[in-house]
Design a protein around this ligand. Structure first.
Ligand code: PHE
Ligand code: ZN
Length: 881
């Protein structure tokens, strides 16, 4: 049985601390096995607080070495140092006092990567959400804000670099080969934004002059020799800083901004004040080693962490239930940035694909939770696509309701009113209510009700009266802990499209709440009538994916095809194409299961090929249009009793069919889309490569022959095309000598680059078929694999469980058993990583019986294991419920 259950924390139990923290002064004497931390904390009792209340500080795996009150050692009777808390009694009723705490920690044996740890001989910290308590006893919660002074003492030759938050105060020699540096961060911050880095790293430097004329030093620290690969990150940083000034009027607020890239990191990156720490995967790039997707990720994540400086750091969360206050909003801001820097419709298509692939299954399964949850057992498990991506969608809907100017005004008020504070979602929403005079009470259900709303819509045209009646209905499915749901405020962008793509303008709209091109669905059922129409228009609904809902629009395939070809809104075209394709893929799967012949309609093939061949459209969009719904999209559309093998077979059949029909076009595109000249990661060139590689995928399927892919692999002069060709060879032509040759060539070429070898591992882990498990187990013995590094684990085990439906879900359940064993083993070192891998089981109930039984058995094995972490026990119990 588990020992570490983690108590349930409830939003309604929130209350402020009894003591106010005024200042923090930290001194670190770094040593891999025995780091000494001295924390001096100035507190005073909060006005109105119980004069007898003890001071309760959080702690986790700490050794207490000293405890003083105002320079005097505290007698044992006045405190209790437990495993998770330090409780101090009989403290002054009103005047400030200083607590000095000495702790001893061992960074080299910190395998959880929370708190102070070692990565490639560098000292590094990760404190969000509750890692600071692994450094010293502290009120480790986001509503306790204070300015920090930090002094770092360390051996000089191994650690020439000593970094922390804020501005550099000074430094110098210390004793016996040691030196020191001191930093002061004047901006009051919560402990989760604390950071310390020490070691020997290379640096790329630049400067940025803010709109008001202040110079900011920019530094990106990477391992020696990797400096040339940090140039794109620096470029993205400067563009982010300028954009936040121009779009949101937000300037940077310290003399220096630093980014450190580390090779062991549980997440993507962390927004510590003035000292962001990044997973090196999201910093390092060059044409030889990075794909266009890598470049786009770097740009987005650099921007995301930088934008947190205002949305997260200057204004932070009152408690962890408010996580979406900083994350949903900051994702919205980084999406807007990428949309402005690249192609807005293409960016939107990619966002919606990601939302549907990751967030919709979460919202429809046992791990569903509201964007602003009200309880948790382990906060690490709430860094989810619901909080991040759905949180961003909710922010985007506020912008849809208020318009660009209204949204900007609400943000201005938010920055103005709450700067320096730790606030709630209610505080945020109130700003938009006040600037707009709108009541957002019903809208706020988006934060509180989990589950993806289902909107059903149908239309009827009355030719004699020239009216179109649109009938809408909404339903929010039950989710864990929430069985009955109230109707939501769903803003649906729409247009009435005429046969050549013109947008019809009705003379009157009756019965609905419509502002501009937004229809507000606020009741369970609503009917809207558009009058004054001379011909029957086709309804284009939820344009731009204005609301994150599952839309069932009763519409003929012909009408969908018309939108796919002629809607002036590119996103709507993509949506219509996807809907058309998905319906046929579902039907194809049913045919495969029934042993019948699979049919693909000419309508779909024509729509796909017409879009792919339309030179008036940007190549990146055409590539998105050609990318058929994924196997998990199909599984979600089917809903229950899923057989991943049937889905795979059906999808391959449809791909081959489209490929054969478009063979000439695909061959032409491969030539036309070739990018000449030196490599550039810009969006246009990347779009051409995306269409070119997509054409290669189809053509290879049509020819049923690896020759073209092998030639593309051999002649590629950039990683995008090289990795694509390798994936094609390994995943479609896996048993051929060409695939074997390319895999071994790739390994030889990039053996010394772990981030590139991650691609090599992932590509093989995701190759479909029941033999994938044995392949993965063999790859675990490769020199490039390292079970202790989270990026390697995610690249191999993660790719297998998340991106290989046929391999992972093989009918004998061996894939699930493998995941269970991995989770249990990894849990002993790194619970966060283990818990995240385990979420791959979240859709197990939608599988056909045999697989579902096998999945339940593997989950049961995990649940019954002794000494589970709170992270894993929380996920496994919710998944089984
Ligand atoms: N706050 C980080 C981000 O979204 C993510 C993160 C969470 C990193 C927890 C580490 C630990 O930018
Ligand atoms: Zn974030």
């Amino acid at each position: 049985m588990r020992t570490d259950t983690g108590e349930t924390i409830r939003l309604e139990d929130y209350r402020p601390t009894d003591f106010v923290l005024e200042r923090v002064d930290l001194t670190f004497e770094l040593d891999p096995a025995a780091t000494k931390v001295e924390a001096r904390l100035i507190f005073h009792r909060r006005e109105g607080a119980d004069p007898k209340a003890p001071l309760v500080l959080d702690g986790d795996e700490l050794t207490l070495t000293a405890l003083h009150l105002d320079q005097t050692e505290l007698e044992a009777a006045r405190f209790d140092a437990g495993a998770e808390a330090l409780v101090i009694r009989d403290l002054p009723a009103s005047e400030p006092f200083e607590i000095m705490i000495g702790t001893l920690i061992a960074p080299e044996s910190n395998t959880k990567l929370m708190g102070l740890y070692r990565t490639s001989n560098v000292y590094c910290t990760q404190c969000e959400a509750e890692g600071f308590r692994r450094i010293t006893y502290f009120p480790d919660r986001p509503d306790v804000l204070a300015p920090y002074t930090v002094t770092i003492i360390a051996e000089k030759t191994a650690n020439p670099l000593l970094l922390s938050n804020g501005n550099f105060l000074g430094g110098g020699n210390y004793d016996e080969g040691r030196h020191f540096a001191a930093w002061f961060d004047p901006h009051p911050k919560p402990s989760y934004l604390f950071a310390l880095v020490a070691g020997d790293l290379g640096v790329v430097e630049d400067t940025f002059t803010t709109a008001s004329g202040r110079d900011v030093a920019l530094k990106i620290y990477v391992e020696h020799g990797k400096e040339p690969r940090a140039g794109y990150a620096m470029d993205a940083l400067k563009r982010s800083m300028r954009w936040d000034e121009q779009r949101f009027g937000r300037e940077y607020d310290l003399d220096i901004f630093m980014i450190v890239a580390v090779s062991d990191f549980n997440m993507g990156a962390m927004e510590n004040k003035g000292l962001n720490v990044f997973n090196d995967k999201y910093v390092l790039a060059d044409p030889e080693t990075a794909t266009d997707q890598d470049y786009a990720n770097i740009e987005a994540i650099i921007a995301h962490e930088y934008f947190h400086n205002w949305t997260g750091n200057r204004i932070t969360c009152r408690d962890w239930f408010q996580l979406c206050l900083k994350e949903g909003l900051t994702v919205y801001r980084d999406h807007e940035f990428s949309a402005d820097e690249r192609s807005r419709p293409v960016k939107r298509v990619a966002e919606v694909r990601h939302l549907k692939a990751e967030q919709f299954p979460e919202d429809g399964g046992p791990l569903a939770h509201p964007v602003r949850p009200t309880r948790y057992r382990e906060i690490n498990n709430f860094y989810t696509t619901t909080v991040y991506e759905k949180g961003s969608e909710v922010t985007g809907m506020i912008a849809t309701l208020l318009g660009r100017e209204g949204f900007k005004a609400g943000m201005d008020l938010y920055f103005d009113r709450h700067d320096g504070q730790a606030v709630t979602i209610e505080d945020f929403v109130r700003c938009f209510e006040e600037v707009s005079g709108r009541d957002l009470k019903q809208f706020s259900l988006w934060y509180h009700q989990a589950g993806t709303p289902v909107v059903t819509a149908s239309s009827a045209f009355d030719a004699a009266r020239g009216t179109l009646t649109l009938s809408l209905e909404q339903m929010v499915p039950p989710t864990p802990g929430q069985s009955a749901k109230a109707p939501m405020h769903i803003p649906l962008r729409f247009a009435l499209i005429l046969p050549e793509g013109q947008v019809a303008t009705p003379s009157a709209i009756e019965g609905g709440d419509v502002t501009g091109d937004v229809l507000h669905l606020t009741e369970r059922q609503q009917t809207v009538t558009f009058a004054g129409l001379s011909g029957r228009p086709v309804v284009s609904l939820n344009r731009g994916f204005s609301a994150p809902v599952n839309l069932h629009l009763e519409q003929s395939a012909e009408d969908k095809a018309l939108i796919a070809r002629f809607d002036p809104d590119l996103f709507a075209r993509w949506q219509a194409l996807t809907d058309l394709a998905l319906a046929e893929l579902v039907a194809a799967t049913q045919a495969v299961k029934a042993g019948q012949a699979v049919a693909v309609s000419n309508l779909l093939v024509d729509a796909l090929l017409a879009t792919a061949g339309d030179a008036a459209l940007e190549p990146a969009f055409r590539a998105q249009a050609l990318a058929l719904p994924s196997e998990s999209d199909i599984a979600r559309a089917i809903g229950t009793g899923n057989d991943p093998d049937a889905i795979h077979a059906a999808r391959i059949f449809v791909v081959r069919h489209v490929a054969q029909a478009g063979q000439t076009l695909f061959a032409t595109l491969i030539d036309e889309m070739k990018v000449e000249g030196p490599f550039s990661p810009d969006a246009e060139s990347a779009g051409r490569r995306a269409l070119r590689t997509m054409a290669l995928t189809y053509l290879s399927h049509a020819e049923e022959n690896p020759a073209r892919a092998k030639a593309a692999f051999d002649t590629a002069n950039n990683m995008t095309e090289r990795a694509h060709a390798l994936a094609l060879l390994a995943q479609v032509f896996g048993d051929t000598p060409q695939a074997a040759h390319a895999l071994s060539d790739f390994r030889t070429r990039f053996a010394d680059n772990p981030l590139v070898m991650d691609k090599w591992l992932s590509i093989q882990a995701a190759a479909p078929g029941h033999a994938a498990l044995e392949r993965v187990q063999t790859l675990m013995k490769e020199a490039s694999y390292n079970a202790l590094n989270p990026n390697r684990v995610r690249a191999l085990v993660g790719a297998f469980v998340f991106s290989n439906p046929t391999g992972f879900n093989r009918p004998d359940g061996a894939g699930y058993q493998f995941l269970a064993d991995q989770v249990l083993e990894i849990d002993r070192r790194n619970p966060q990583l283990a818990a995240r891998l385990l979420t791959a089981m979240r859709s197990w109930r939608s599988l056909e019986d045999r697989r579902a039984d096998a999945a339940a058995q593997a989950l049961g094995k995990i649940a019954a294991a002794p000494d589970l972490s709170a992270d894993v026990s929380d996920i496994v119990e919710r998944t089984l419920k």
